[in-house]
Design a protein around this ligand. Structure first.
Ligand SMILES: [Zn+2]
Ligand SMILES: [Zn+2]
Length: 368
């Protein structure tokens, strides 16, 4: 039996987190309750914390949950194929299942549940039953939640990598249709960039190149371990020249832009892509304009430029299978674990605001 109340982090405003006791919800035949083992922390958590995302407060953050099924309704158990005690990874989006976006398989764009983004970690506390996010010991599983059963013999923090890795599969493989023979260039060596390297390698890409700054030296070294053939330090080297050398003058068939905040890589991606290449833009820039963006390069090189925001089930599934298979040392990306009450330090560490701490992938472990 779950307890009546549990500990949860509540965000009440920009840069305001409180540890509170909240009631653990009852469930019905179509819903469930997750005992949260780990919640991955991603770049958007830092933006949510800073208050730049359009999210209503108060809210329980946390959209990258892994946990155990604590309770599950009869119909939900059938639909999800799970029973009490199973470990699941939960997708962030809670799609309505009926709108045109959902029915076209683009459910990250679903707005059918009303308001803005309807997903774990984003639905406000005032909407019953309140425990929508995974910065908590327990999280409500809505009838529309999407869960993936995962092996139980791996560390929860390793399983939590299904989120960045899922993004890698969708942004670096599924959207640009990466195939053997392609050169894939990844701009930015954060967790999504490293995940893009892993996914491109798994998809059989030929040459994989990743860029970063001098400060990113350790991440670039890790990228090599995870499958990158070449790394480029943008502070020390002429990126266009190096990419030309490495691709026999062509440029990269696939360019994945996942740099945080910096706009220059967006403009640069068009120069680095091969004629007919596919450019995927997935790094958000705080709605800043991009200087020196030459749209003519898209025209004369006939580039396909696609935005990528969310992740869908096929890519999550590919990520989970890759983690379970254990051939790639994905856990090397995991750098920090924090107890629930240290949520603020966890976010600040990921955002690079904690002096001396360098993080790639971090988790909150609400179960202690
Ligand atoms: Zn995330
Ligand atoms: Zn929908």
């Amino acid at each position: 039996m779950p307890p009546r109340r549990c500990r949860a982090i509540v965000q009440t405003g920009p840069r305001k987190l409180e540890l509170r006791e909240l009631p653990v919800p009852d469930i019905d035949a179509d819903s469930g309750l997750l005992r949260v083992e780990a919640c991955g922390i991603c770049g958007s958590d830092a933006e949510q914390y800073a208050g730049v995302l359009p999210i209503r407060f108060p809210v329980v953050p946390g959209h990258e949950p892994v946990g155990l099924i604590e309770a599950v309704g009869e119909r939900a158990a059938k639909r999800w194929g799970v029973q009490v005690g199973d470990r699941v990874a939960v997708e962030v989006m809670i799609p309505c299942g009926h709108c045109i976006a959902c029915r076209s398989g683009r459910y990250p764009q679903c707005r059918g549940r009303g308001g803005g983004l309807f997903g774990h970690g984003y639905v406000p506390l005032e909407r019953p039953p309140g425990l929508w996010g995974a910065y908590a010991e327990y999280m409500y599983l809505d009838p529309g939640s999407i869960v993936h059963k995962v092996r139980k013999d791996l560390p929860a923090s390793t399983v939590a990598l299904f989120n960045p890795l899922g993004a890698g599969f969708r942004w670096a493989v599924e959207i640009p249709r990466t195939a053997p023979g392609d050169t894939v260039l990844v701009l930015g060596p954060g967790q999504r960039g490293l995940a893009s390297v892993i996914a491109a390698r798994a998809a059989g890409a030929d040459t994989i190149i990743i860029t970063g700054t001098t400060r990113d030296a350790a991440k670039l070294a890790l990228a090599r371990e995870l499958g990158a053939d070449h790394t480029i330090d943008v502070g020390q080297e002429d990126v266009r020249k190096r990419v030309r050398e490495l691709t026999n003058g062509r440029g990269a068939e696939v360019v994945v832009e996942v740099a945080a905040a910096a706009t220059a890589p967006v403009a640069e991606a068009l120069h680095l892509a091969a004629p007919g290449g596919r450019v995927v833009l997935a790094g958000v820039k705080g709605f800043k304009p991009v200087p020196d963006f030459l749209s003519d390069l898209i025209v004369v090189k006939e580039l396909s430029v696609t935005g990528a925001f969310g992740v869908t089930s096929p890519s999550y599934r590919a990520a989970i299978r890759l983690i379970e298979a254990g051939r790639v040392p994905v856990a090397r990306m995991h750098t920090h674990d924090f107890p629930l009450e240290d949520a603020e330090r966890a976010i600040r560490t990921l955002a690079g605001e904690e002096p001396g701490a360098s993080s790639i992938h971090s988790c909150l472990l609400p179960g202690g």
